[in-house]
Design a protein around this ligand. Sequence first.
Ligand code: B12
Length: 165
Amino acid sequence: MTVGLRCLLVTVESDSHMWNLTYIQKVLEEQGGLVRNLGCCTPVDQVVYQVQRWRPDLVVVSTINGHGHHGVRVLLEGLRAAGSAVPLVVGGRLSTAVADYARIRADLLARGCASVFVGEGAVDRLRALIRRAAAEGIASWRPDGAGSPAEHSELGEKRDLACTS
Ligand code: B12
């Protein structure tokens, strides 16, 4: 039996939007992912607890209220403090100003995010990640490799899929 990629779906503590989470849950499930959706305003402690208890292959953050930059930084710090190295990807509307996206994206990648999906084609790039990770294992996925998400080549990055490296 094939076991789907275990995806813990969360948002940041300030974000009360829900339909984005439902949408991304369906996207992940369509790609064969096994999803645990923690719902809106996800407390960092709850994410840490579920990471330790459920041991997901991937944490997927969806945030749209415009405070995602700060929220994801807090979440990364919480996971790091708990000694977790689970890969974490984020997407949605990370700021109220689209002009800030490139700077925010670069900052979150530098802080350990495995991928930051923004702009056109973000969901397609997430799908590509899930398909590849499910087929070849999450550790084999390299954002700069063949068939990898285009958003990394925008900034010419070469990164491993490790959250707290
Ligand atoms: C419904 C809604 C609400 C409802 C939410 C109800 C609920 N329980 O879900 C209510 C009324 C509560 C609300 C409140 C607020 N909202 Co509101 N809300 C919306 C609205 C109209 C729709 C959001 C939605 O459900 N979209 C449906 C989903 C499926 O689409 P999506 O979120 O756009 O997600 C897509 C992409 O972003 C992407 N994506 C999302 N996550 C991820 C993750 C990954 C990994 C990937 C790859 C892609 C991805 O894929 C999705 C499909 O394309 C939007 C405006 C709009 N038309 O989009 C504003 C909007 C999101 N809200 C906004 C704001 C500012 C607020 C408030 C701060 C307003 C206020 N002053 O109180 C509060 C915030 C509350 C909080 N603490 O978070 C802003 C956010 C501004 C920004 N980011 O630039 C928006 C954009 C409105 C606007 N134009 O200003 N909101």
